[in-house]
Design a protein around this ligand. Structure first.
Ligand code: EPU
Length: 304
């Protein structure tokens, strides 16, 4: 094992261009480990470090963050063994979907339109187009300070909608093994094309800064439908607005800030609460803490 000093570290690193929202200030320390072992080495020395993939489902404060962050984007190994695929936590969804398709393996076609990486997708049990991580995951490699490396089976991950056991425990997802089904490459490609076409017509493209769905769907309903009924489409806050074609997306079309996003989220949340008495739960994560107004809004939005 090498010394922590050999692991790529950027100090006072402006994260803006690494995030899909194209929003975010300077983070005091950002590590870029190249393997699970390097990641653990950092966590042993800096147990309070927060782990992120490629900041696709995250709003980073424009006022920055004084802590230490680990980006797993370079832990991107993929190994195929017959119908199994083992992927590092930093592998991007579309990359994995394409690689699986080339091997004639079906089950990950939904990942083609998700900009997130494997770690985050397993953590939150990402799903779309009738497929979910929980349908294909064989096991996940996890880590905690107390228990070190360990592996959990699909059952042990306790998957539910946008949820896994990791939400209630300090577990970090370092990798995952999926068990896929053999299918003709053309069939897999056709399903991926269909998913991409859906994304193009229903969701903003990544060239327009956004972080995917803003709120989780409440049980038995749709956040998009509820928000739409409250007339939020096109509602603007500074440099960001609710997307005109789907009320559960915020797009950064005019160099917005994290405060713009949080103020808008608060308006969306409040309208749905007042009209339907439903408290929407954010799907996106927030990383910040240096701005009082943002902390105040987060207390309301992230109360659970
Ligand atoms: N709807 C409206 N108005 C809107 C938006 C949606 O009435 O402004 C209605 C639609 O007509 C539809 C229903 O709400 O009847 C659901 O909308 P949609 O089909 O777009 O799906 P969604 O529930 O909003 C979910 C995931 C997406 C995933 C799609 C496709 C959540 C929060 N979102 O969206 O995931 O891509 O299904 O399977 O579960 C993400 O998590 O970032 C994400 C994009």
């Amino acid at each position: 094992m090498h010394n922590i000093t050999n692991i790529e570290l950027k100090e006072n690193f402006c994260i803006k261009n690494m995030t899909t929202f194209k929003i975010g200030g300077e983070i005091a320390k950002v590590y870029f480990p190249k393997s699970e072992f390097e990641c653990v080495e950092i966590l042993e020395k800096e147990p309070n470090a927060k782990v992120f993939g490629n900041f696709s489902n995250t709003l980073v404060s424009s006022y920055g963050c004084s802590g230490t962050v680990i980006s797993t984007s370079k832990i991107d190994n993929i190994i195929f063994e017959d119908t199994r695929v083992i992927a590092g936590c930093g592998v991007k969804g579309p990359m994995l979907a394409k690689a699986a398709a080339e091997h004639g393996l079906s089950g990950l076609e939904f990942m083609i339109g998700f900009p997130g990486s494997v770690g985050g997708e397993v953590y939150m049990n990402a799903s779309a187009h009738g497929q979910a991580i929980s349908d294909v995951l064989e096991s996940a490699t996890l880590y905690t300070d107390n228990e070190g490396f360990f592996r959990f089976s699909n059952d042990e991950m306790q998957f539910a909608y946008r949820k896994s056991i990791c939400h209630d425990n300090p577990y970090i997802v370092l990798g995952a093994e999926f068990n896929l089904k053999k299918k003709p490459v053309e069939e897999i490609q056709a399903k991926m094309n269909e998913n991409l076409a859906f994304r193009k017509s229903h969701q903003p493209m990544m060239t327009l800064g956004n972080a995917g769905s803003i709120f989780k769907n409440p049980k038995g309903d749709s956040a998009g439908r509820l928000l739409d009924a409250c007339g939020v489409k096109g509602l603007r806050s500074g440099g960001v607005k609710v997307w005109e074609n789907h009320a559960n997306f915020i797009v950064n079309d005019a160099n917005g800030t994290s405060t713009d996003v949080l103020e808008l989220m608060l308006q969306m949340y409040t309208r749905v609460k007042e009209r339907f008495n439903i408290e929407l739960e954010p799907e996106i994560k927030f990383l910040g803490g240096n701005n009082l107004r943002e902390v105040e809004i987060c207390k309301i939005l992230y109360q659970k």
